[in-house]
Design a binder for this molecule. Structure first.
Ligand SMILES: NC(=O)c1ccc[n+]([C@@H]2O[C@H](COP(=O)([O-])OP(=O)(O)OC[C@H]3O[C@@H](n4cnc5c(N)ncnc54)[C@H](OP(=O)(O)O)[C@@H]3O)[C@@H](O)[C@H]2O)c1
Length: 288
């Protein structure tokens, strides 16, 4: 039995669909009862658990060949990352209790960075799982192409995308969530000893200008990328409801200054297949 947390989201859903298409048994872990039926219809077992509920997670992980851990995103973490630490403690307790054969944990590019930033939440998770005595793979993908969902309306209606990634012609490792899911499903089916890190990026690196140009070519009209000045970030994030904008700003600094980067040489990296254009077309199609 493969147990997939975050199954109702983009990556978890892709992991589950890849396993189901190989006729493998899947138990989806979710927190929202109304989302169960669509997965049951596809042949999944379902279990209900909040990621900070160790006991519900342990029940969900019971009898698992492999568990996929998807730590929820928190873009506005309080100092010291108390919410992420609660989830990490619960996940560790649940794994200790249920003793699955192996774990694949979604982490991130830059989880090895020493400077504090938003991704420190994943550094802490990796450290905690590293201390466990079972095989764990940390899957560290680049920037998700689906983050461009935030640009769709502005590209379509105003012909502009506002980029925090600077400079606009600097290429960043990006990856489609479908490719992350496919690889995670493959890794779950492998056997390995101890801990390993697998880094993942798409077929080519992507600049903010590439994103604007790809929107332009799909829409058939001009789209330009404009840099959002660093001095404006804090006010913008606060206006979006952030109480603690600094970790998110530090993460973007990390990408722009390139201390958020892959740890291993490029030769050891897994390359996804999905092109940016495929992801942007899908995002435009589903945009309201
Ligand atoms: N964005 C990037 O560029 C990037 C890059 C590298 C790694 N990552 C990692 O990718 C992950 C996000 O993946 P995604 O894009 O697939 O996310 P997503 O589409 O937003 O899905 C999140 C999933 O987590 C579930 N969830 C959220 N909070 C939960 C909680 N407290 N308890 C139980 N379940 C909860 C959601 O359930 P509901 O349906 O109930 O909401 C949903 O199934 C994060 O770990 C992030 O660090 C992101």
């Amino acid at each position: 039995m493969y147990v997939i947390t975050g199954i109702t989201g983009k990556v978890g859903g892709a992991v589950a669909r890849a396993l189901l298409s190989n006729n493998l048994p899947v138990r989806g872990v979710m927190r929202d009862v109304s989302k169960a039926a669509q997965w049951q219809d596809l042949g999944c077992e379902v279990a209900f658990a909040e990621m900070k509920d160790a006991s519900a997670l342990a029940d969900a992980f019971n009898g698992a060949t492999g568990v996929f851990i998807l730590p929820p995103s928190d873009f506005d973490p309080a100092p010291g990352f108390p919410a992420a630490r609660l989830i990490i403690d619960a996940v560790v307790q649940a794994i200790r209790c249920a003793s699955p054969e192996k774990v694949v944990c979604l982490s991130t590019i830059g989880a090895q960075a020493e400077k504090t930033n938003l991704l420190t939440q994943r550094t802490l998770l990796e450290q905690a799982l590293n201390a466990l005595d079972l095989p764990v793979t940390f899957l560290r993908p680049g920037w998700f192409m689906e983050n461009c969902a935030l640009d769709v309306v502005s590209a379509r209606d105003n012909g502009v995308i506002h980029s925090y990634l600077h400079p606009l012609d600097k290429a960043v490792p990006m990856i489609a969530t479908a490719d992350v899911g496919t690889l995670a499903a493959m890794l779950l089916q492998q056997e390995w000893q101890g801990k390993r890190i697998v880094e993942l990026e798409g077929p080519q690196r992507v600049t903010p200008n590439d994103i604007a140009n790809t929107f332009a070519s799909i829409l058939g009209r001009p789209v330009v990328a404009e840099a959002v000045e660093r001095d404006a970030w804090e006010a913008i994030f606060r206006s979006q409801g952030h109480k603690h904008p600094l970790p998110r700003m530090q993460m973007i600094d990390g990408f722009n200054e390139e201390w958020i980067c892959f740890e291993k040489p490029q030769a050891e990296r897994v390359m996804g297949e999905t092109e940016l254009e495929v992801v942007l077309r899908a995002l435009l199609k589903t945009a309201g």
